[in-house]
Ligand binder design. Structure first.
Ligand code: XMP
Length: 514
């Protein structure tokens, strides 16, 4: 796509996707690349600006991630954040050392509002700091444009060379005017005009899909989740009846979800596409029998998906393309972009077997963050109910059942989850919580019900608030709502005698259990 863009060079910090998200909020397209990306490749991308992220290292360490001096000599504006700021100073002749006072948390920063970076920012503004090292001496040609009580260089600039360094994290929401600072950089310093808009993205994607597919046949893996639904509708609009959507009911969906998907995408729904529902529950349970290792479960589910599609494709005849609802965080988290460690192999990306029988894979949402997918969905006219559906992982309940998956465990988690969702909706909380679901722990414990001893499973309730799904906090659900859910689950779901609420944030936890 010939699009003005800013690139984020990833040094391994935890907020790196957030940087890209915030830049896109400024209507500027942004991609994340590893710090190992060769300088020629960076130049070749013709970015309007470069942002260096934070990272866990000390830039003066021997094996620390670094960048060449050339990066600052491309004539492209560069903004360094935290580690990126220190690295800029270090590489250009300043000095970075262990800070006498470590700064962590919300800290008042005094900024020089005459700097382009801080235009329209309050002179004293709250920012999020998290650093052990500090810039003790700025590089030649730079001037200091922000400081705190403990940090003499909270920001520095060399406007003639369009180089800017910020010690704090403008990308996190705790930095109250952070988005404004990033806006100032990408729109005013880099001169981006703001061409990244969902309406044009959708329009352009539809054209590109048409061109790419030509007269070919396309098979779409429809899961009923937001991502694959948006991808399917985009494809349906682009190529209509050349598209066949295969919906595999792997028996790991939420309660009644299979029928709900059929209602929307099936022959009685509003879209003109060929819809095939495959009831493959038994097949998946069979493959998963005796398997308890999370990555192995994910791989099995992913591979089985592909097998089922291959079989369907054979029935349909020659199929040229396979559509997947992969989104940008899947790409980055799978270690294919940026510097992130491989946390899990998202089955959409990592679990593809080598012998896929299709000409090519189409991933129309590959560059989008989740909230952008939703915006695209609304642009496409998909009903809000579907667009704002909670995220549901491809491997489904398979990763919400810790340990071996069995039909009975699926029943337990489906029933418990349905009760939980119903009560959350009754309490009016369904739109305000990011993601919530019930999971089945692999723990059984002793209880008493009536006069009988029980030895049953514990269900875990999870509810998180998150902006980007990369970090999350447990949601504060009123105790009486939790109690009601607990008592209904214990009473209505056979095989459960304990209900727990998961308080863990991400990190260190993940949102899903496996
Ligand atoms: P985690 O558990 O990684 O989840 O903190 C972050 C978000 O991603 C969803 N998720 C997945 N989505 N395929 C998907 O399409 C997957 O394999 C997968 N694993 C997790 C999860 O529901 C949450 O929204």
């Amino acid at each position: 796509m010939d699009q003005e863009k800013v690139i984020v060079i990833d040094f391994g910090g935890q907020y790196n996707q957030l940087v890209a998200r915030r830049v896109r909020e400024c209507n500027v397209y942004c991609e994340i690349y590893s710090y190992r990306t060769p300088i020629e490749q960076i130049r070749g991308m013709k970015p309007k600006g470069i942002i260096l992220t934070g990272g866990p290292n000390s830039c003066y360490g021997e094996d620390s991630p670094t960048c060449s001096r050339e990066l600052f000599e491309l004539g492209i504006p560069v903004l360094g954040l935290c580690y990126g700021a220190q690295l800029m100073m270090h590489v250009l002749g300043g000095k970075v050392e262990k800070a006498p006072v470590r700064e962590y948390g919300k800290i008042e920063v005094s900024v020089d509002t005459s700097s382009m970076l801080f235009a329209d920012v309050q002179q004293k503004t709250i920012c999020w700091m998290s650093h052990n090292d500090y810039i003790s001496q700025i590089a030649p040609g730079f001037s200091i444009v922000a400081h705190t009580a403990d940090c003499p260089v909270a920001a520095a600039q060399n406007p003639d060379r369009q180089l800017y360094a910020i010690q704090f994290h403008p990308e996190v929401l705790h930095t109250q005017e952070g988005t404004k600072m990033l806006y100032n950089f990408v729109r005013n310093v880099c001169g981006c005009t703001g061409t990244w808009r969902m309406d044009s993205f959708v329009e352009q994607s539809i054209c590109e899909i048409r061109e790419k597919v030509g007269g070919g046949k396309v098979l779409c893996a429809l899961s009923g989740g937001v991502d694959s639904s948006v991808a399917a509708v985009m494809l349906a609009k682009a190529i209509g009846s050349q598209l066949t959507c295969v919906f595999v009911d792997h028996g790991l969906l939420r309660k009644n979800e299979g029928d709900e998907v059929e209602e929307v995408f099936g022959p009685n729904g509003p879209y003109e596409l060929n819809f095939v529902r495959v009831n493959a529950q038994e097949r998946f349970y069979g493959k998963l029998a005796g398997v308890s290792e999370p990555e192995q479960k994910r791989k099995i589910i992913g591979e089985e998906f592909i097998r089922v599609f291959e079989e369907e494709a054979k029935k349909i005849g020659a199929v040229d393309f396979l559509v997947q609802g992969t989104i940008y965080p899947d790409v980055v988290e799978s270690g294919l972009g940026g510097e992130s460690a491989v946390i899990k192999s998202h089955h959409n990306v990592g679990g593809l077997p080598d012998y896929v029988d299709f000409k090519e894979i189409i991933e129309p949402l590959r560059n989008l963050f989740k909230d952008e997918v939703r915006k695209a969905g609304l642009e496409l006219g998909i009903p809000e109910k579907l667009v704002f559906r909670q995220p549901f992982p491809g491997p489904g309940l398979g990763i919400r059942i810790i340990g071996e998956v069995t039909a009975d465990k699926v029943r337990i988690v489906q029933d418990a989850d349905a009760i939980y969702r119903e009560e959350i909706a009754n309490a009016g909380l369904d739109r305000s919580i990011g993601q919530y679901f019930a999971a089945l722990t692999n723990m059984r414990s002793v209880g008493v019900m009536g006069d009988e001893r029980t030895y049953d499973y514990a269900v875990a309730l999870r509810a998180v608030n998150t902006i980007d799904f990369m970090t999350a906090e447990a949601a504060e659900i009123p105790f009486e709502v939790l109690q009601k859910v607990m008592s209904r689950i214990i009473n209505e779901v056979r095989g459960v005698n304990r209900v727990m609420y998961d308080l863990t944030s991400k990190p260190p936890g993940t949102i899903e259990f496996e």
